[in-house]
Design a protein. Sequence first.
Length: 285
Amino acid sequence: MGKMCQLVMGPAGSGKSTFCKTIVTHCQAIKRSVHLINLDPAAENFEYTPTIDIKDLITLDDVMEELEYGPNGALIYCMEYLVENLDWLEEKLDDYVDDYLIIDCPGQIELYTHFPIIRQITDLLTRLSYRTCGVYVLDAQFTQDHSKFVSGALSAMSAMIQLEIPHINIFSKVDLLEGDGTNTSAALSKNLDKYLDMDLDSLSLGSTTAGKFKLLNMAIVDLLQQFEIVRFLKFNIRNEDSIAYVLAQIDNAIQFGEDEEPKDIDDEGMEYDDDGSAELMEYLQ
């Protein structure tokens, strides 16, 4: 299978851990060997026990107690300590060279913007011949507030530019917007579709702002349009088709499975691996 990796990023509370749990569950269901790696020294509760955990190297509580740092400063210290001891991470990774890795990262935005910490980790993965896809998770409810959405899109673009790896942006918590199929939830879901391809002109994000900030906001919107690299996929944890589609897009970005043997296809459109496991063709398209 080769060395494959997802690097899951995004603001605090955006649903990164839920995304990781959902992908791990789906991978197990389709008989894919997968391991969860926790790089968040502040994380406490896991649905799955991480195979590799930064807290075996350093913990947030210890730093806060011994150095009397606040939570944010202590987290940055922990990540800098990890970067200074990348040989620890490299040694841990040596035991899983043929498995699919999902790395759950902290939610501090500065790690993906003006600190080179995550970039140094991706450089290590590249040196170790891992095919890594960055997955930036943004709360879909940000689309209900234009300022939050633009801020999230800018942070996603910043991560894409700094890390220079294949990259997928997703809207999490889509199930909360799509709801139970009522007219209100249908309208919210349809409105969300406008944000997937970042058609900012149709949203009038900059022109609707009054006062002295109007030109600044229009310049920010123009910046996003000039780069034209930010797009989003919807991720609904209650919809298996949505989960499989997002995973297929990530797999395509890192060319997962390109070295595997062709699968047998029966008359019902099911694909079978050598071990007899099957998954719907539409999941892989």
